[in-house]
Design a protein around this ligand. Structure first.
Ligand code: HSE
Length: 299
């Protein structure tokens, strides 16, 4: 018997919500097919990726669950759809693995336990867990994260579109992007700016106001001003996106993916403008918010 689970790409921070906001988006998914075997963890990955399960978040999740629940063994076949670098790629693998193994062995894990296990997989692979990726990948929608006991899922506005551009030729390790923030920390006024923006974004969500939500994504003074410098051509991409109708332009998660927020009717123009300026070596994609997450994506 085999069980397949899919987890969507996620945009962490969503502008000003540093380490607090996360949004699941459609268009890119990681898929994990789990099969019971006699012993241990076997990982099958697409060509070019490391197949050592101890170096992959999906493999690390499997080790953790095998040990904790005294399971025989599992083979994971991983199909990567989420590009690496700012779209929650490692979280998507971890979450899809946790859900697939839970279903294969009928463990009946709670939402909290699935979140914890997936986050631990991320910690082992990336140094620290990023719940602002893991939680929306599991639950879908828009997540406000405070702690494992205090988080909320809200529905994103229907008319919101996110256009992402991911460079395939640039790597900015999350650790480096986080260190840059510690070296160049925000001032008090910057923090107050972000606080007011996140409060208004939550209000916009309750009103279903896509335009206000998108405009507020532009109000980050903690992460974007520091991290934009790691992204080649950022200024030109930003200018092109805004001219084509984007209401916000910012860094997705820790980067180097960038994200333009716009209304549904402008998404095509924004994507065309970004494609033209970005050229080869970038993946440009229009996303709708993903309401389902991996928990709703049984195989
Ligand atoms: N919130 C984290 C950061 C996301 O911006 O560093 C990392 O994926």
């Amino acid at each position: 018997m085999a069980v397949t689970a899919r987890a969507p790409a996620t945009i962490a921070n969503v502008g000003p919500g540093f380490d607090v906001f996360g949004l699941a988006v459609d268009g890119f998914h990681d898929e994990v097919r789990a099969t019971e075997i006699d012993e241990g963890v076997e990982l099958r990955v697409p060509d070019g990726l490391p197949d050592d399960p101890e170096r992959n978040t999906a493999g690390l999740v499997a080790f953790e669950l095998l040990e904790r629940y005294d399971l025989p063994g599992v083979r994971l076949e991983l199909r990567k759809g989420v590009p690496v670098g700012g779209l929650g790629s490692s979280a998507a693998s971890a979450v899809a693995a946790a859900v697939a193994i839970d279903r294969l062995f009928d463990l009946g894990l709670s939402e909290a336990e699935l979140l914890r296990v997936a986050a631990e997989g991320e910690r082992a692979a990336a140094g620290e867990p990023h719940y602002d990726n893991v939680a929306p990948a599991l639950l879908g929608g828009f997540i406000i994260w405070r702690s494992e006991r205090e988080y909320r899922r809200l529905s994103p506005p229907r008319d919101l579109r996110l256009v992402t551009a991911t460079p395939t030729h640039v790597r900015v390790p999350t650790e480096r992007a986080r260190r840059a923030l510690r070296e160049d920390p925000p001032g008090l006024e910057d923090v107050v700016n972000n606080l007011s923006a996140v409060a208004l974004m939550v209000h916009a969500l309750h009103e279903g106001d896509a335009e206000a939500f998108a405009r507020l994504m532009d109000c980050d003074r903690i992460s974007e001003p520091v991290r934009r410098r790691f992204i080649p051509g950022y200024d030109r991409l930003e200018e092109a996106a805004r001219e084509a109708g984007a209401l916000a332009f910012t860094v997705s998660g820790a980067g180097p993916t960038v994200v333009a927020a716009c209304l549904r009717e402008d998404a095509r123009d924004v994507a065309s403008a970004l494609r033209e300026v970005a050229g080869d070596g970038w993946i440009v994609r229009v996303h709708r918010p993903d309401e389902r997450g991996a928990l709703d994506r049984g195989g």
